[in-house]
Design a protein around this ligand. Structure first.
Ligand code: FEO
Ligand code: CA
Ligand code: CA
Ligand code: CA
Length: 693
């Protein structure tokens, strides 16, 4: 990275702090150097009490088949996945884990220098939509060297993360909507050196937000293409109004001079993962919002959320006072971010919403399941080292086909934070990742209440305060065992609709066990956890239960490199090496698919997408399906295995390059040829479809 680039984005102090594969540029631009910063959670809650003699129920180990009966197929009511009614199981769930139609031979890990999108033998790939592609009939074509904010606002944005594709009903599978969010920007590789600074900032703002784009295909065996000018196409920009719902709407904690109502918020930033609801809407998590604001940096709220007084990486505060919460009238502006956003992709005139009842933190995403009781339950991770796992339970009940009712479910309900207790003696949790003597990492857990029946469960905090300062409220929650469990960065948290089990992806935490920091616990069993792990939760009753059993599905890494790993007992020399799990999805028969954001310790591999068998003799088997190009992250997996096709978002390809010296030419790859219409000689984040052919 050139010094100019570093200066432009205030990166210099951070150079060299990253460990493993993630680049300092990604750290600075995506998460405001959260890894290098102070730990936001300095609470002394005694989170985790290992109990020496476990007396927990072993229903979890037995599969708890009845839990499957609680599930409905989320999203699939409107997607091509096999339809299921709210009252019943998907077909696959009824018949047990069938063999997927998507068969492949795992690829080998791909060296980090390789700027290629790699798929298994017999498969091919193509981008569906790329950064800069024109969305509307009046959108200008992408002009790499002459970008403007006005053009970007009418084109596909940058760094797509959460992605889903929902079929439009009554189109015989030939028409669908694609949703993606646009998490963050890297102006150093987006625009030429010396480009007008103010216009560059405006281009960056216009490249953030969300997008809905219609897709079409000739028939269900052909790949999708996006449709320019389609009626449902939409960009959500920094001036798009989001309605704040729930108990915080209208609160003094979220009012600003520009919005005295405290209910109408402009824009969404730092959106990471998400989820798709059973009623066909999309949820998107506002994650590293703190990186967009200059703040006092001294209040408890600022400190707990990582808000500081330094200039932001993108310096939007130079153009708009609302990005500096020290400015009169904007003291609460940062409180208006850090929420779960809900979008109706089927109604281009709908107002997107931010749901305050689901709490405010660095939301990775939210995944919804309908409990047997009819309440909807959303699982949510706070992606910060030593932060928590949350669960929301709606007050109202899901009514199949009653979209108006269902659209209101996330606006009111109970909020909980997770406490895990391990079964092994503390002495057996050595911090290496070695399995305790009983053969598995497991235990019991409790959902500690934060808000219940409209009342605050936290002493001296109102409901509004609990929901705006959810991290601080969670620090104060406790039961006889102590407080909530400090986790190794929860990314996607997703229930399987086949078993009801919930998969909690902990991507890594290189600070665990370091001086002054909490050490390994049974549920986060590795010190300096560079490779991450995955927790499997089985609720005790239906999904609304306040107690659960848990076990680890895997402790990631590369056994060939000497990493201590665990794959539910599957032979460690027979798995694809996997590290830094991030987003997950399920295929139609219940296998778990994992996309990664980092390579195994000490090696440089490109990120990838991996299939994990959850059931039967091969439980724990990890097989790599694809690898993304140089310096990219794999995001937003969608597995349409019945159609033998898979989709991923390719985020930040060529992140460490510069505009003048790109590190990637994905996906157009026209470095040495003349670009055709619409192609450019620059890396372009894109949504990719992989299919047989
Ligand atoms: Fe944007 Fe939690 O990764
Ligand atoms: Ca993520
Ligand atoms: Ca997911
Ligand atoms: Ca990540």
């Amino acid at each position: 990275m050139s010094e100019t680039t570093a200066r432009k984005f205030n990166l210099l102090p951070m150079l060299g702090h990253t460990k493993g594969k993630r680049s300092p540029v990604t750290c600075a631009l995506k998460c405001d150097n959260a890894c290098a910063g102070e730990t936001c959670n300095t609470s002394s809650n005694s989170y985790f009490r290992d109990i020496a003699s476990a007396t927990m129920s072993r229903r979890a180990a037995l599969g708890f088949g009845a839990a499957g009966a609680l599930a409905v197929v989320l999203g699939s009511a409107v997607t091509s996945a096999e339809p299921a009614s709210a009252a019943g199981l998907s077909k696959a769930a009824k018949e047990g884990f069938a063999k997927s139609k998507l068969q492949f031979t795992a690829i080998k890990p791909v060296d980090k220098a390789v700027d290629a999108f790699t798929v298994p033998e017999g498969f091919t790939w193509q981008p569906i939509i790329r950064w800069g592609d024109p969305l509307f009939s009046d959108s200008p074509d992408f002009d790499l060297n002459n970008q403007t904010a006005a053009a970007q606002a009418r084109q596909f944005g940058y760094n797509n993360d959460y992605t889903d594709i929902l079929e439009i009903p009554d189109t015989k599978g030939r028409r669908a909507v694609l949703f993606t969010n646009h998490e963050y920007t890297n102006e150093s590789i987006m625009v030429p050196k010396g480009y007008d600074a103010k216009e560059t900032r405006a281009i960056g703002r216009a490249a953030h937000g969300l997008a809905v784009v219609e897709l079409e295909r000739k028939n269900t065996t052909k790949p999708w293409a996006y449709v320019k000018g389609a009626p449902l196409n939409r960009r959500f920009l920094d001036d798009t109004t989001y309605e704040l719902t729930g108990p915080v709407a209208g609160s003094a904690l979220v009012k600003t001079v520009a919005d005295p109502s405290g209910k109408a918020i402009k824009g969404t930033f730092g959106n990471c993962s998400g989820g798709t609801t059973p009623w066909g809407t999309i949820l998107s998590g506002e994650e590293n919002f703190n990186g967009y604001f200059v703040s006092g940096g001294t209040s408890d709220g600022d400190k707990r959320y990582g808000l500081t007084s330094k200039a932001t990486a993108r310096q939007w505060e130079l153009d708009d006072d609302r990005f500096d919460t020290r400015k009169p009238g904007y003291e609460n502006e940062a409180n208006r971010f850090g929420w779960i956003v809900e979008v109706d992709p089927f109604d281009p005139t709908s107002t997107p919403r931010k749901h305050s009842a689901m709490g405010r933190f660095k939301h990775e995403g939210a995944n919804v399941i309908v409990a047997e009781s009819g309440h909807v339950v959303a699982y949510m991770g706070d992606d910060e080292k030593f932060d928590y796992l949350y669960k929301f339970v709606s007050k109202g009940k899901y009514k199949e086909g009653d979209r108006k009712n269902n659209m209101g479910l996330l606006s009111e309900g109970n909020l909980y934070v997770a406490q895990f207790t391990g079964s092994a003696p503390a002495a057996e949790i050595t911090g290496t990742g070695a399995v305790p003597s009983d053969g598995s990492f497991d235990g019991v857990g409790e959902w500690l209440p934060l808000v219940v029946d409209g009342q605050s469960a936290i002493k001296d905090m109102t409901v509004e305060e609990v929901l705006v300062y959810t991290r601080i409220a969670a620090d104060k929650a406790y039961n006889k065992n102590g407080g909530p469990t400090k986790m190794d960065r929860c990314e996607d948290v997703q229930p399987s609709l086949h078993t009801g089990k919930v998969y909690v992806v902990c991507t890594n935490n290189s600070d665990r066990g370091k001086a002054g920091k909490e050490g390994a616990t049974e549920v986060n069993p590795r010190n300096e956890n560079r490779d991450g792990h995955i927790v499997e939760i089985t609720e005790s009753g239906d999904q609304t239960s306040t107690t659960f059993n848990w076990n680890l599905l895997m402790v990631c890494g590369d056994p060939a490199q000497g990493d201590v790993t665990y794959f539910s007992g599957y032979p460690v020399d027979k798995v694809s090496p996997i590290s830094c799990p991030d987003n997950v999805a399920f295929d139609s028969v219940g296998n778990l698919w994992i996309s990664t954001d980092g390579a195994p310790s000490g090696i440089g591999y490109n990120d990838g997408l991996f299939k994990v068998t959850l059931d039967g003799a091969e439980r724990g088997k990890v097989e790599q399906f694809l690898a993304v190009p140089r310096e990219a992250e794999t995001c937003g997996p969608i597995i349409h295995d019945e159609e033998r096709t898979v989709f991923v978002a390719v985020q930040h390809p060529g992140e460490d390059g510069s505009f003048e010296a790109p590190h990637s030419y994905f996906p157009d790859y026209v470095e040495k040829t003349t670009p055709a219409a619409g192609q450019v000689r620059a890396p372009r984040p894109a949504v990719v479809q992989v299919f047989r052919g």
